[in-house]
Design a protein around this ligand. Structure first.
Ligand code: SAH
Ligand code: SF4
Ligand code: F3S
Length: 442
């Protein structure tokens, strides 16, 4: 009988891609995926440690598996991803019923590690960082998935060391993947049904700059844009300091590149941006936004913002609110600052009371909700091209897809539309999605 595994993924798109690899590797050693831990011989958590809350969630989830392990001691429990990388051996001490901890550079070793635990009933830890060459050789072959949209990793790791951020510590140094491999992968995915790809990295804008003779990110976009059968192209995430004129010029010029950019600003205060080690001022940021709007007037922006960074004053916070108004984001992911082990900001004096941070957070959220609502309500009654991704969880007979601006639209339709771009009239605008109805082709 086949063995069964249960996998839960937290965190960002990097972890989503890593989990695809975990699934493929476990299939290779005879495991089939099941939808609940109760049915599994092996449970895995692919974890995120970007904020304290994310990290605590991991321990909460592990606690849920304990009663299952008490009943079935042969159950193997494994933790991978960024918390595993950060904690390593310590995790085995903290969680006595945990069997295996594997880091962000060690996913390829999973089959061997699982088999070792199976055979010898020994607890395992593998969190060594690997060198550049080894990592480049370890990019997995991407297998077919029943999915219209796919992520394609173009670079891994991060060298920016923003003072608040754990990512460089848990993902290691930045490497760019050879452009020929990326292009071959996109072709392969398109040949197997993908219609949209998102090129992925912590800072895609610095793609290739460390590798002599490699394409720039803008040139890479151009080449991917030319692939037959691909309909839409996106990328994430962009660091404003590395957003070049060449890259800005791709918007409005490359026909498949969607008119949306996620451009994390983090703060609107120059003083805080310096303390964050972001490498740009609010003026630089706004300049790039203006240039993007000029090249592509329909472009929409989304962003990440941290509230309550150590030493943030009311003036600093007001500067953030001002920048939010000036840019007019379609959406913003807002976070309360969370001190992270080993980061520079964790050592900065922070005397702001938590309730004040929370108040600022709520003010920002309120402002952003108003701006988002104003932007999205303009879609009402419009007929927009929607790339149909699948059957909606909302209700029977409903499909879901996205507009060029990455807005989710639910609408009635039949499954043969999946994978096509269809015209949809927007009939209702909700906070996080649109409701639409199929329109006659224009
Ligand atoms: N590489 C991406 C971001 C990765 S982390 C980039 O540079 O844009 C995603 C977001 O989490 C960040 O943009 C930041 O807004 C937030 N974040 C990271 N560390 C944080 C911390 N210590 N506390 C609160 N938010 C944090
Ligand atoms: Fe973190 Fe900054 Fe790197 Fe983004 S660019 S992953 S925020 S260190
Ligand atoms: Fe979280 Fe790791 Fe991504 S810390 S945000 S899963 S790189």
């Amino acid at each position: 009988m086949k063995k069964a595994f249960y996998l839960e993924t937290f965190g960002c798109q990097m972890n989503v891609v890593d989990s695809e690899q975990i699934v493929d590797l476990l299939h290779q050693i005879g495991y089939a995926q099941v939808p609940s831990a109760e049915l599994a011989d092996l449970v895995l958590l692919n974890t995120c440690s970007v904020r304290d809350k994310a990290e605590r969630k991991v321990y909460g989830h592990l606690g849920r598996f304990k009663p299952i392990k008490d009943l079935r001691p042969e159950l193997i429990i494994a933790v991978g991803g960024c918390v595993a990388q950060q904690e390593g051996e310590r995790m085995l001490d903290k969680v006595p019923y945990l069997d295996l901890v594997f880091g962000t550079h060690n996913i390829h070793r999973l089959p061997e590690l699982v088999q070792q635990v199976e055979e010898r009933r020994r607890r395992g830890v593998e969190t060594d960082f690997l060198d550049r060459e080894t990592r480049l050789n370890l990019f997995p072959e991407r297998t077919q998935r029943d999915s219209v949209t796919r992520f394609v990793t173009v670079m891994q790791g991060c060298d920016n060391f923003c003072s608040y951020c754990i990512v460089p510590h848990v993902r290691g140094r930045e490497i760019s993947r050879p452009s020929a491999d990326i292009i071959a992968e996109v072709r392969h995915l398109v040949a197997h049904g993908a219609r949209e790809v998102t090129l992925l990295g912590q800072n895609v804008n610095s793609y290739g700059i460390r590798d002599h003779g490699e394409l720039s990110f803008a040139q890479l976009l151009e080449q991917v844009n030319a692939i037959d059968g691909l309909q839409r192209l996106r990328f994430a995430t962009s660091h404003p300091k590395d957003l070049t004129d060449e890259l800005i010029s791709c918007f409005g010029r490359l026909d498949k590149l969607c008119k949306h950019i996620h451009l994390p600003m983090q703060s609107g205060s120059d003083r805080i941006l310096r303390l964050m080690n972001r490498g740009y001022s609010a003026g630089d940021y706004l300049g790039k936004v203006e240039q993007l709007k000029k090249n592509c007037p329909e472009i929409l922006f989304t962003t990440d913002i941290i509230v309550g960074f150590p030493g943030e004053t009311e003036d600093d916070f007001q500067a953030t609110l001002d920048l939010v108004e000036q840019v007019g984001y379609a959406d913003a992911y807002t976070f309360l600052y969370s001190p992270r082990i080993e980061t520079a900001a964790a050592r900065m004096p922070d005397d702001q009371p938590p309730h004040q941070k929370q108040q600022r957070f709520d003010r920002l959220l309120e402002l952003q909700r108003r701006i988002s609502a104003d932007i999205w309500k303009k879609d009402a009654e419009q007929v927009l091209p929607v790339l149909v991704e699948g059957v909606s969880k909302q209700g029977q007979g409903q499909l879901f897809g996205r507009t060029d601006w990455n807005r989710i639209v639910n609408f009635n339709g039949t499954a043969e539309l999946i994978g096509s771009i269809v015209p949809v009239r927007i009939v209702k605008v909700f906070r996080n999605s649109h409701l639409g109805e199929l329109a006659a082709p224009q």
